[in-house]
Write a protein of this length. Structure first.
Length: 142
C-alpha cells in the first residue's frame, strides 16, 4: 500500500501498560490503537463520533477485523498508525491501518469493517451523508 495525502497519521508512545511481561506490545492493544486512530481521523475531518450520536442517534461499531502481526513493537517505541478509509456501502465503511515504528519497521497491518447502527436499537442504519463524505474524502484515489 502506498501512502497518499488522504491518509491520516496518528502517533503514540508505547507505555508499560501497553505491553506484556516481556515488554512487547500486547496483541490486543493494536485494536485499541487502531480505534483511536480512526476516531482522530474522523475528528480531524470535522466528523466526530459525538456529533454522529447527537445529531443522528447513530454510532459506528466494529463488525470485523483482520490483523496481520509482522514484527513486535516494544516499551517506549514511538508508533505511527496510518489510517485510510475505503470501500463504503450504505451502512458500512472499511479502514486500513498500518502500524509503523519510528525506524520504519511495519509492525501490523489491519483492516477493520465498521457498521453504522442506531444507538437505540443497535440495528444497522444508513451512514449519514456528512460521515459518508468523511470516508470518501479519505479514500484512496483509483
Amino acid at each position: 500500500m502506498t501512502a497518499s495525502s488522504r491518509d491520516f497519521h496518528f502517533t503514540v508512545r508505547i507505555y508499560y501498560a501497553d505491553t506484556d511481561a516481556g515488554g512487547v506490545v500486547y496483541h490486543g492493544k493494536y485494536l485499541e490503537l487502531a480505534d483511536r486512530a480512526r476516531t482522530e481521523a474522523l475528528r480531524e475531518a470535522g466528523r466526530p463520533h459525538q456529533a454522529l450520536m447527537a445529531e443522528h442517534g447513530c454510532l459506528f461499531m466494529v463488525r470485523r477485523v483482520d490483523v496481520e502481526y509482522l514484527r513486535p513493537a516494544r516499551l517506549d517505541d514511538m508508533l505511527t498508525i496510518t489510517t485510510t478509509f475505503f470501500d463504503q456501502t450504505a451502512a458500512t465503511v472499511a479502514a486500513r491501518h498500518s502500524v509503523l515504528r519510528a525506524d520504519g519497521g511495519l509492525c501490523v497491518r489491519m483492516r477493520a469493517e465498521l457498521v453504522c447502527v442506531r444507538q437505540s436499537t443497535g440495528k444497522p442504519a444508513r451512514i449519514p451523508p456528512r460521515w459518508r463524505i468523511a470516508a470518501a474524502d479519505a479514500a484512496p484515489e483509483t
